[in-house]
Design a protein around this ligand. Sequence first.
Ligand code: BGC
Length: 757
Amino acid sequence: MDIKALVSQMTLEEKAGLCSGDDFWHTKAVERLGIPRSMVSDGPHGLRKQDEEADHLGINDSIKAVCFPTACATAASFDPDMIREMGEAIGDSCQHEKLSVVLGPAVNIKRSPLCGRNFEYFSEDPYLAGKMATAIIQGIQSRNVGTSIKHFALNSQEHRRMSSSSDADERTIREIYFPAFEMAVKEAKPWTVMCSYNRINGVYASENPWLLTDVLRKEWGFEGYVMSDWGAVSDRVAGVAAGLDLEMPSSGGVNDRKIVEAVKAGKLDEKLVDLACERILNIVYRYAENAKPETPWDKEAQHAQAADIAAECMVLLKNEEGVLPLNKADEIAFIGEFAEKPRFQGGGSSHINCFKTTGALEAAKDLKIIYARGYDVAADDAPAEMIAEAVAAAKKAKVAVVFAGLPDSYESEGYDRSHMRMPACQNKLIEAVAKANPNTVVVLHNGAPVEMPWISRVKAVLEAYLCGQAVGEAAVRVLFGDVNPCGRLPETFPLKLEDNPSYLYYGGEGDVAEYREGVFVGYRYYDKKKMEVLFPFGYGLSYTTFEYTGLKLSAEKIKDTGVLNVTVTVKNTGSCAGKTVVQLYVGDAESTPIRPVRELKGFVKIALQPGESKEVFFTLDKRAFAYWNRQIHDWHVESGTFTIEAGGSSRDLPLKAEVVVESTVELPRRYTMDSIFMDIMADPKAKAVMMPVIRQTMAIFGNNEREGGTEAAKEAVTEDMTVAMMNYMPLRGVFSFGGGIPAEQADELLKKLNGEG
Ligand code: BGC
């Protein structure tokens, strides 16, 4: 299809019309030219296709579909290959349902445990979020349907989400909030991007030319279309100019007319409208020309796949005295309503109408299970009889497993949590059960960290996150050892909410949310502060044990244009087969910019038989060592020594080595009379220019009159001392303190320092 030719045949009104939706879920058709409508649908962990009476709040039911584990859980798998396969399954369902684009993945950074949508987001770490996003996009798009990576950008709270401005400095945005989008855009080429509701440093994402054009298209090479989040458009004309191609949902024609008027009044270049239409139609036809509605959608097979994936996502947080895995011959108590009706997805636009769900109770129906409901999910208080019944069940059983977590009302799209606690009735239940049976295990169903006041009184905790419609099957497999747990935390669980770095500022004041903790999000903060946490980033246990040895680097020294190859050997030292995630962190040993102690730059999930060992390989390039430099507005490596650490979690890194990385980029320096001595002396070229001046100054002070030592030693001592004393002095001070240096020399010197003399 010659899209440019097609657009050239469209009237201005038709073009403006194409730039907004026909209704909630369709782009417009232009019958006169044979342009078809195309449908988009929420996801991203399954389809929420709505046909009739569409709304986006989940009030009307959508078609029956399969709910795979949500992003908080899939991130815990640390397994991009598996997530790619999940994407392929979702892509097939889209083809079957004639959907051109799935609205996801959502890759916003988990800045605070309170964000109501954390269950839809991957991680507090941009590298992990980027890898998972890339994998799911590649999977879905391999089926010739598009994705819409969202919500671009800095949409890390729900509070005032449609008006709040996320205010962050350039480096924080580049190092923390952009990389997941950047990696996915560059590596997986999503067909579309969805801009967020919020403003960024005062400008709505939907009308932000820096965001939608300069960064997204010019820097990262994005070629698809940008759509608005639903209702995110404030000034439509500014949006077209900024690079927002499609407004969703329909504006009822109001904004289309504004586009037409703006073009006619000469306020908006028609070429920009053409461009938006071309981008939209490229994708409409890309789907239409590859549509395969005959693709089968085997929901039962996908349910089985959802169960397999869920089992690989669960994170074993505690397992004292090997209470897990459970023995199938023993009598086990399953306590808590979530055993029967699990919570496995969150509320809002991602909510899927499951064709079936399996709770743990049903999945374990052939085993010796005693069930007690324990609490009422909808109530905050636990009636005494319910607790008594649970205690009785716990006493009878060998092991008591409490299925607990957060009710739907606690975390959802549209609002944030106000605290990190579980419902009081559930905490009370866990305490009572733990008192009744020393072998108490807790299985958690939640989309974000919770406080665990009872942690020291239970033997085991299995974090199931919101693990999709087959969660019960997966939980039973892991609990009884059919699957060895292999999930790792994609976020830190702090001891208490107040420990979180965003705690003082989260939510903001009025419509301004300042991201004042800067790059110190999640473990970047807890590690720098050497704080105790409940469970660290990257952590998770297994029924077997692993040993990490043999860290090898391909070089002791590299240039920032080169790469460093890293090898680690990992061995299964326990008695059953299992998987672990070898994690690689890089830190700048000595740096001028204020940087985290370590940052995740590689991970590999690997399966090992008992006694087996394997080597895993990583490649680190410039980005692994770089920080965002505000002076050159680019990534930059500060020459020096970097630490390479490897192991099983951010706080279990037995292997450490060092590499020297040399920058090939010279930072531009512009010296003035206000430049301080220390900065000048740190620059070898400027230092060479400066030394004669220092000697001259010293001569004036008479320092060279000192007695003793060789001439060279004498000079070194006096120079060092002078340099130390003068560190924070501006250049102008050198002259005023230096007395006798003529003022004309100042201009000469500046020229030389700036390489002009
Ligand atoms: C959400 C998006 C979603 C859209 C369509 C919005 O409210 O923020 O994530 O894709 O609705 O349902």
